[in-house]
Structures are given as C-alpha cells and as structure tokens.
Design a protein around this ligand. Structure first.
Ligand SMILES: CCC/C=C/C(=O)SCCNC(=O)CCNC(=O)[C@H](O)C(C)(C)COP(=O)([O-])OP(=O)([O-])OC[C@H]1O[C@@H](n2cnc3c(N)ncnc32)[C@H](O)[C@@H]1OP(=O)([O-])[O-]
Ligand SMILES: NC(=O)C1=CN([C@@H]2O[C@H](COP(=O)(O)OP(=O)(O)OC[C@H]3O[C@@H](n4cnc5c(N)ncnc54)[C@H](OP(=O)(O)O)[C@@H]3O)[C@@H](O)[C@H]2O)C=CC1
Length: 283
C-alpha cells in the first residue's frame, strides 16, 4: 500500500509504545523506514515490545526509554536524552489510562490516575517536543490518539472522554498557533479495538458467567466488526507521511461508523426484511 521508504526521514517517539496499539504503530513506522523510540512506565513491557519479531527485525532503528508521563520532570529528562542523539520529527501521543467506574464513586486520585497520563502527560510531551522544534527552527508533527467517544461522550468513562476532548482541543489550537512555525497537529479517534488492556479496563466482566470482553459488540457496529490494529497503524503512517502534509488540526475517526449511531433510528436497524416489505406494501 505504501512505498517502503515512506517514513525514512522520520524519527518518531511513540508514548505507550509497549501497549498493543502503540506497538502496532511502531512496527509499521519501522517497516516504512522510520527510527522509533518507545516509552512507557514498565521496562518489562518495553523490553517485550522491542523483542517482538515485528520490531526486533528492525532492532538497529528501535529503542526504548522508561518514563512516567505524569511527571513533567521525567518527560523533560526523556526528551533531553532523546535529543542528545538528534531531534525527533514526530511525537505520537498514544499513552493513556482508563477504566470503567460509576462516576459519582470516583475518588480524586482515581480521576487523576486517568487525567494524569492521558491529558497532562500528552501535553507535557507536546510542550517538550514543540519548544525544541521551535527553538531549532525544525519541522515537526504531533499525532494524538483520541477516541470517538470523546465526540459523543460516554457513560462510565467521563475522565477519559474529558482527556481525549482536551487533546482534540490541543490539536486544533496548536495547528493554528504552531502551523506557521512548521508544526503539524493531527489526531486519530479509534472506535473499539480489542486490545488486552481495553478488554480488561473497559469490559472486565463481573464473574458468575459474565466474563467480559468484546463479544457482542461487533453487531452494534455499522460495518459489523471491531477495528484491526494494522488498519490503525496504516492510518497513522499516512497521516505522518508527505502526502498528508497539508492536513492539520484534523481528527480522523476509524470505527466503522459506530459513533454515528445516534440518529434516533436504532430500532429500525433491527427490523427484519419482512417488516420493511410489509411497511412498503401498506403505503
Ligand atoms: C472509552 C474508549 C476509549 C479509550 C480506551 C482506552 O483508553 S483502553 C486503554 C486503557 N489502558 C490503560 O488503562 C493502561 C493501563 N492501566 C493503568 O495505567 C493503570 O493501571 C490504571 C489507570 C488503571 C491505574 O493507575 P494507577 O497505577 O495510577 O492507579 P493506582 O492503583 O495507584 O490507583 C489510583 C486510584 O485509582 C483508583 N482505581 C484504579 N483502578 C480503578 C478501577 N478499575 N476502578 C475504580 N477505581 C480505580 C484506585 O482505587 C486509586 O484511588 P483511591 O483508592 O486511592 O481513591
Ligand atoms: N483499544 C481501544 O479500543 C481504544 C484505544 N484508544 C486509545 O488508543 C491508545 C492505545 O490504547 P491500547 O493500546 O488499547 O492501550 P494500552 O493500555 O495497551 O496502551 C496504553 C499504554 O500507555 C502506557 N501508559 C499508561 N500510563 C502511562 C504513564 N503514566 N506514563 C507512560 N506511559 C503510560 C501504558 O504502558 P505502561 O503501563 O507500561 O506505562 C500502555 O502501554 C490509548 O490512547 C487509548 O486511549 C482509543 C479508543 C479505543
């Protein structure tokens, strides 16, 4: 689909690069010639990502740095370390934290556990990369991974929706403010992708025969299935590539149309063909 060297000149930091979607994007960027730095809190998860065959086959262009994005000093130190080897050209704000809970029962610490990495951490990373690009007169791109649920709102994950909506506002605001300085801001809003943590944090199952997971969700999605990680990775690669150079401030949804299912015709979608035929005959 893409030229093999599409991202050859890019040096890309993928936050949360030890997670499922981060790892898939990193592997795709490497396939297309980029150098990649992964970050996350857990050194074990980062080591596992570097050892995965899709990444290990490009070992000379893949590195990892543990970093807790909730700590602005740690983010600054990570960026300093990265820049010692040369500038990044792309920051991918992918790291996030989320879990379902009845919102009125969230403690302040629980709310901060979500807002910390998902909103503040992404902002800290964007500021650290942005000011280095601006000081050096370098071009740069920030790609943030949002969620279609930030557009619609979503019950039981309010802090995550607030964080993702905040990142969308950052994407639009800095597209204008930093655009003249050569910095492009883009975002992807995924729908449901069956990653290990999404299943655990968002559909944990309550026991007694309810094992949770994503079973049954696909039939609710207009195109009848969940997203595939390779599809997200390809969209990310395109948005970082030369042909996307004029796209900024935009968020692209990748959810099979799921977030548009709020038209008031949901009951009609469940009608069998006979019912449509009967209605037509009665006209
Ligand atoms: C919507 C679709 C779009 C998005 C999809 C995704 O993002 S999928 C990707 C999702 N990926 C990930 O989520 C990434 C992996 N997960 C993580 O980063 C973390 O494990 C974490 C965010 C779940 C907890 O962060 P941490 O280590 O900082 O937490 P901690 O243990 O120090 O506790 C702090 C406070 O939070 C409370 N609390 C914690 N869990 C729950 C819960 N389930 N229930 C209720 N409360 C909970 C805990 O009780 C405590 O409050 P207290 O008692 O002191 O008042
Ligand atoms: N899967 C899905 O259905 C959807 C996912 N998304 C978004 O896609 C992105 C990736 O999700 P997914 O791959 O499913 O989730 P993962 O949990 O696998 O990935 C998130 C990563 O973020 C890292 N992270 C969390 N907190 C911190 C922190 N404080 N500092 C540094 N890194 C941190 C985690 O690593 P570690 O724990 O080692 O720090 C983890 O690897 C997220 O932004 C998510 O919100 C959006 C919509 C739907």
């Amino acid at each position: 689909m893409f030229r093999d060297d599409l991202l050859r000149d890019e040096r890309i930091l993928v936050t949360g690069g030890g997670g499922d979607l981060g790892r898939a994007m990193a592997a795709r960027f490497l396939d297309l010639g980029a150098s990649v730095v992964l970050c996350g809190r857990s050194p074990e998860r980062l080591d596992a990502a570097l050892a995965a065959p899709a990444i290990a086959r490009h070992a000379e262009r893949a590195t990892a740095l543990p970093c807790d994005l909730r700590d602005p000093a740690a983010v600054a130190a990570m960026m300093e370390r990265i820049w010692q080897d040369g500038p990044l050209t792309v920051l991918v704000n992918n790291a996030a934290a989320n879990f379902i809970a009845q919102t009125e029962r969230l403690s302040a610490r629980a709310a901060d556990a979500i807002l910390g990495p998902s909103l503040h951490g992404a902002l800290y990373a964007t500021l650290e990369a942005g000011r280095r690009w601006i000081d050096a007169g370098d071009r740069g791109t920030v790609l943030s991974i949002l969620s279609t649920s930030a557009r619609t709102g979503r019950a039981f994950t309010a802090p995550s929706e607030m964080a993702k909506a905040g990142l969308e506002a950052m994407t639009k605001s800095l597209a204008v403010e930093w655009g003249p300085k050569g910095i492009r801001m883009v975002a992807i809003a995924p729908g449901a992708f069956e990653t290990e943590t999404a299943a655990r944090q968002l559909r944990p199952g309550a026991g007694d025969g309810d094992e949770g997971g994503f079973a049954g969700l696909a039939e609710w999605i207009p195109d009848g299935r969940l997203g595939r990680t390779d599809e997200l990775a390809d969209l990310a690669a395109f948005l970082l590539s030369g042909p996307a150079a004029h796209i900024t401030g935009e968020t692209i949804a990748i959810d099979g149309g799921a977030h548009l299912r709020s038209s008031g015709a949901e009951d009609l979608l469940r009608w069998p063909q006979e019912k449509w035929d009967a209605v037509r005959q009665r006209r």
